[in-house]
Design a protein around this ligand. Structure first.
Ligand code: EPZ
Length: 420
């Protein structure tokens, strides 16, 4: 049973061996759950990950009158009774992905009041790109304190140029435009696989969407969408996390339910740092028995190296042979685990809020560290797997937001990790 005050206790030094069927993607499941509200037919989403962000979104929707039942790991969504519109402010404060409900709920109700969502403290996490995009479609947006009021009564199809290829903004507008009469075009659209998965889901429901996965997406509004059954893609960030775990501890791992093409940049980096990786029949096999080599990497928008794997790479750099440089181009403050890794003996110098210089050390030493965000927390677990002695990772509720029983997955591969 998960408790907010849980810790992970990890005894480092165990190599990992085995096979993992990677969980369904958090960042595909969340916008797809939201998009299920665009029909009053029943929608079945298969093999949903058992993670806090999905649980909280389900809770939020149930408070709005949406019927959501579980059938093993599938969820069946029936939004025919969707009624009130006040998104639970306590919940939207804790989770960025509540902003993804905007596109679908605004279609259903015509007007909506939301507060500016919280999410992980990795930079300001503004929503100006979302707001500007809705305004370009004729939606009236009024700021009332830390709430925003949206009125779509005069909405019409149009052209939108995103100032940054925002994943959430692209997903919100795609959802909203599916049932908006006319042709809507999104320029500088996000190209992430999760955006493509959302568009595939919506197309199965009867939407007319072209260009998903490119920087220009065109949506022709239709009158209605119908119910479907859908299996979202595997989680490429969880897959990447497990690949880095083996790169750090040594051992051999086979990953299923992943698309290697979606982790191309990480696979290239791992090979350059000394790992052996081969891909056959959709299975990624990774092994490592060497000390990792140093490397210089910058994160970027897909298909560049993903910001969500940046803190895992930082841990590898801390143990690599030589000096590495890491530049974070997507978020302006995503080195929250730097001080925690320094406590374990890492040598990290922060140049500015987007660049760090790392002098690789022969080892890290276990101690008590605290998760401060989802992916940073997972990276501290990886550091604990390879550190000398025992590591206690506190505040692991951040990790529970996106990893489906991470301790069980790692234990099945031979790690000594307990939830306490
Ligand atoms: C999605 O967040 C993911 N979350 C994030 O994963 C991921 O890191 C991010 O995309 C980038 O790939 C989900 O899909 C639920 P963005 P999102 O809008 O949509 C700036 C994880 O660990 N921006 O693409 O919120 C923003 O500050 C999470 O699973 C604005 O300036 O990210 C950032 O610098 C963390 N104004 C950049 O754009 C806006 O209105 C990219 O953000 C929106 C974003």
């Amino acid at each position: 049973m998960k408790n907010k005050l849980d810790n992970y206790i990890i005894k480092g030094g165990k190599k990992l061996f085995g096979e993992v069927y990677v969980q369904t993607s958090k960042n595909a499941s969340l916008p797809i759950i939201s998009a299920s509200l665009l029909t009053t037919d029943k929608v079945r989403i298969k093999d949903c990950p058992d993670i806090l962000d999905v649980k909280n979104m389900i809770l939020m929707l149930q408070k709005l009158g949406v019927k959501i039942n579980n059938d093993d790991k599938d969820i069946i969504i029936d939004s025919s009774n969707l009624n009130n519109v006040n998104l639970d402010c306590k919940l939207t404060k804790t989770m960025r992905s509540s902003i993804f409900l905007l596109g679908s709920l605004l279609h259903r109700f015509g007007t909506i009041m939301i507060n500016t969502p919280g999410g992980c403290k990795i930079g300001a996490r503004p929503i100006d790109i979302h707001v500007d995009a809705f305004k370009k479609l004729g939606v009236k947006v009024v700021c009332m304190g830390d709430c925003l009021f949206f009125d779509a009564s005069k909405a019409r199809a149009g052209k939108i140029h995103l100032k940054l290829p925002s994943v959430g903004a692209t997903e919100n507008i795609v959802q909203f435009a599916c049932l908006l009469k006319g042709e809507t075009q999104i320029f500088n659209a996000a190209k992430e696989p999760e955006v493509v998965d959302l568009c595939n889901f919506l197309s199965l429901m009867g939407a007319k969407i072209f260009g998903a996965g490119t920087n220009k997406i065109t949506i022709y509004g239709v009158d209605r969408l119908h119910g479907v059954e859908y299996s979202p893609i595997g989680d490429r960030i969880v897959a990447g996390t497990l690949m880095v775990a083996v790169a750090l501890t040594g051992g051999k791992l086979a990953l299923k339910n992943v698309n290697a093409h979606q982790n191309e940049k990480l696979i290239d980096i791992l090979r350059r740092m000394g790992c052996q990786i081969n891909i056959k029949h959709g299975i990624i096999k990774i092994s490592n028995s060497n000390r990792l080599s140093s490397i210089d990497v910058s994160t970027g928008y897909y298909p560049d190296f993903p910001t969500d794997l940046q803190s895992m790479l930082l841990v590898m750099m801390c143990l690599a042979d030589g000096e590495s440089r890491l530049r974070e181009n997507v978020f302006e403050n995503r080195f929250l685990i730097k001080d925690e890794l320094i406590k374990m003996g890492a040598k990290i110098q922060q140049i500015d809020n987007r660049n760090v210089l790392v002098e690789g050390q022969p080892e890290l030493t276990g101690c008590t560290v605290r998760a401060k965000d989802l992916r940073g927390g997972a990276s501290l677990v990886l550091a604990g797997l390879v550190a000398q002695g025992e590591t206690r990772v506190a505040d692991i509720h951040y990790i529970d937001r996106g990893y489906d029983h991470l301790e069980n997955v790692l234990s099945s591969l031979g790690a000594d990790i307990k939830r306490k």
